[in-house]
Design a protein around this ligand. Sequence first.
Ligand code: SF4
Ligand code: SF4
Length: 436
Amino acid sequence: MYKIPNLVYANEKGEIFDHPELKMAVRSGPYDFIPYETELIRLPKSSRLYFMPHTHPVAYDENKANMIEFKEGFAVSVFLSPGFLRLFLPAYRKTKDYTMPLFAYTAVGYLDGHFVVLAIQVDNISKWDPANYDFSCNFDKQVDEFIKNAPENRLYNQLRKCATEYHCTAAKNVFYPRWECPIPTSPACNSACVGCISLQASECCPSPQDRISFAPTAEEIAEVAIRHGERAKDPLVSFGQGCEGDPCLAADNIAKAVKIIKRENPNLTVNFNSNCSIPDNVAKVLDAGVDSVRVSLNSVIESTYNAYYRPRTYKFQDVVKSVELIKQAQVFLQLNLLTFPGVNDRASETSALLDFVEEYKVDLIQMRNLNIDAELLLSSLQLKPDEIHGIKNMMKLIKKRHPEIQFGYFNRMKKDFHAHSGFPDLRQPKKGKSHI
Ligand code: SF4
Ligand code: SF4
């Protein structure tokens, strides 16, 4: 008999408990469910629990076989370790009308002495485990030391801010120096995403980072990339890592910089992560020699895309045109699929994605948790009711029809573009067994 995990809740001091009788409930889109045993895993190492103010958790009452609102505590969520994709949201009701901060809210329960979540590991986390990063002020000294020996370059000052104030792990890599180096380039964007993490209208939720306020020159960009390529272990450089504007609007400088980088160090992997909204600009960076392009989108259905991205000066068809150019240039094509349970796993979304992957021969889908308040997202999308497959089933359907496709979470060096990481494990556990 399947034991449903206990409800986890918090008191007003933020102390976290498991309930002796009530059971965990989870949410997908607007619907509350009892969790599936086969999707439970132990809370991944380096994940962190936090409580959700102004909420009550929804719980399953086994005696009444009913969902109830538990009014004596607050709902609890988890920051999952990087590389893990959430499968379900916490089930909760808000006690006041407000928009929650831009986090990837994830359901958590308690079973047989362990916290459990519904999530799946989609990539190898060895380089992105938070345990590999120094978040203390000791790291400031390492940054100071690095900057003392670095050339005058405004980008290093920006990256110092990203590494020491925002605690961006990618930016910290610059100063170790090792692995992936992010290069913010664009103060502007031509989308107005509902959950943009670098710019929010003041009446909405606060964005966690401020955008870069200047456009670095091609020479500044190339200098940071070339130094990283010379000094770092397993180096790669990436434009558009998430919380600047969109690098498509800085394509002239980026293309010039990539030509310099490739002349000096042809082996250095260069990724371009972007909304890919301006095909002519995407063509410029392709011509310059980028190795991989990661196209960010929440959906390949135009109406769902428009409702979230709110494109200002382009159309979804421009993104599709860019995808065609990337394929024609035979450059590694990745999607950055902003994933939300109950949205991307709808039957209509899954079917459209299957067709898109087939038509454009997508090489890899980065399954990224979309950080947003569920009510804000769902009210923006205004989706009609549809069958929900579940995120894991959606991935299985894609893998079944396109066995060559890879899933992941992080950018890779080009030597690893086609190497299988072993994740995710989409096999069904044997009957009566779970992944716990
Ligand atoms: S594309 Fe990126 S920078 Fe532009 S609005 Fe969306 S999240 Fe923000
Ligand atoms: S702009 Fe954002 S993603 Fe890029 S280095 Fe700074 S904090 Fe990190």
